[in-house]
Design a protein around this ligand. Structure first.
Ligand code: 13P
Length: 248
């Protein structure tokens, strides 16, 4: 069964104190949210411990923003699977375009990180997406296909989430048209062995466009950056309305 998953990627925002403030405002807003919707928050590594203590094993799951492929070793600045599971992390974002763009992440290292996450029973959220130049050149399908094929070599598709994040839509307010995102996510699904993998859309998701995005049949959730930093805004996103309850 495809699961609905709404995740907040906090990138390099929020101190531990700010994380706690967020939770105080956000958690009460979850009471009415359908149990079937998974809610994930991905703070920086330094806030995982404090977040875990505040969440008390409730319905919000914790995600990390990356994971190293080795369990231990001389890898300055990296964090490994055993360190994340100790902090009750259930998900790890892998291959985010900001990692690929600014920190030299390649399909090879993305693949190693995916394997490490699965080895530690952490569900990886694999990010794929094309740049503006690639889109303008008509290469979206080619780029996505290559990323999916390379990144998923030897990966168990039963413990996997994918996020389609067109780079040109990230942090720009320039959301991918919902039908276009739906089409590309359909393409991604057609490349998988397991059609039940949950596939999220990410890129300028906001309270005012989440209902339209989630109304698309191929889209199983959202990976939200900027709009997940505000508790009221993210609460509205998590409480998205489906076509059945839009008029309520
Ligand atoms: P924005 O929602 O700020 O566009 O960021 C999307 C993103 O990169 C989530 O991983």
């Amino acid at each position: 069964m495809r699961k609905i998953l709404i995740a907040g990627n906090w990138k390099m925002y929020k101190t531990q104190a700010e994380c706690k403030q967020f939770l105080q405002a956000f958690l009460p807003e979850l009471e009415e949210v359908d149990e079937k919707r998974g809610v994930i928050l991905c703070p920086t590594f330094t806030s995982l411990g404090a977040m875990s203590a505040s969440l008390h094993g409730g319905r919000v799951r914790l995600g990390a923003q990356n994971i190293h492929w080795e369990d231990t070793g001389a890898y300055t600045g990296e964090v490994s699977g055993p360190m994340l599971t100790e902090a009750n992390v259930s998900y790890a974002i892998v291959g985010h375009s900001e990692r690929r763009q600014y920190f030299g992440e390649t399909d090879k290292t993305v693949n190693w990180r995916l394997r490490a996450a699965q080895k530690h029973d952490i569900t990886p959220i694999l990010c794929v997406g094309e740049s503006k130049e690639q889109r303008d050149a008509g290469d979206t399908e080619k780029v996505i296909t290559q990323q999916i094929e390379q990144d998923l070599i030897g990966i168990d598709q039963k413990n996997l989430v994918i996020a389609y994040e067109p780079i040109w839509a990230i942090g720009t307010g320039d959301t991918c048209e919902a039908v276009e995102a739906n089409r590309t996510i359909g393409l991604i699904r057609s490349l998988l062995d397991n059609s039940n993998v949950s596939i999220q859309y990410g890129g300028s998701v906001r309270p005012n466009n989440i209902d339209e995005i989630m109304a698309q049949p191929e889209i199983d959730g959202a990976l939200v950056g900027g709009a997940s930093l505000d508790p009221a805004g993210f609460a509205r996103i998590v409480n998205f309305k489906t076509p059945a309850n839009l008029s309520q």
